[in-house]
Design a protein. Structure first.
Length: 153
């Protein structure tokens, strides 16, 4: 073979040990442009531009809380017969009434009147000789203020 792998791939560098710090500073590479582009007044392609940092907002934090706490809507025959303004959600095990109220208001843009939480515990199931467990879950019954409704249901 006329070439070895280090010649083909441009050489391999050894990883520096973790205890030793490098004396050289890493070089910051800017957007890739050609000298001819600068002379003609062209801008570098969008893929090479540095992304702008988004300013943190209060709404973003609340929506992250909502996506973490609200697992899914719990749609059953009983939950659909509750009436207008009442909705049932499966929620995370760590959810409480206060945090759920803020999460639902942030995610759906509605005003919450009250929340009832209940935890369905694990149930043992037997299929022949094999014993198993049906996992439990936590659900919340949310009552909205008069005239409010969630359009996703």
């Amino acid at each position: 073979m006329p070439f070895n792998l280090s010649q083909i791939f441009g050489g391999w560098r050894r990883k520096e040990s973790r205890g030793r710090k490098s004396s050289q500073q890493p070089q910051v590479v800017g957007p890739l442009t050609r000298p001819s582009d600068e002379l003609r007044g062209r801008k570098p392609p969008a893929s090479h531009q540095q992304p702008k940092a988004a300013a943190p907002s209060q709404t973003k934090n609340k929506s992250e809380l909502a996506w973490r706490l609200i697992v899914a809507p719990h749609i059953s025959e009983k939950s659909t017969m509750l009436g207008d303004g009442k909705y049932v959600f499966k929620v995370a095990g760590s959810a409480n009434k206060f945090s759920l109220k803020h999460a639902i208001e942030a995610r759906y843009g509605v005003a919450v009147e009250s929340i009832n939480i209940l935890a369905a515990r694990n149930k043992k199931r037997k299929r022949g000789v094999i014993l198993g467990v049906k996992p439990g879950f936590k659900k919340a019954i949310v009552v909205l203020k008069a005239g409010q409704h969630i359009t996703e249901f």
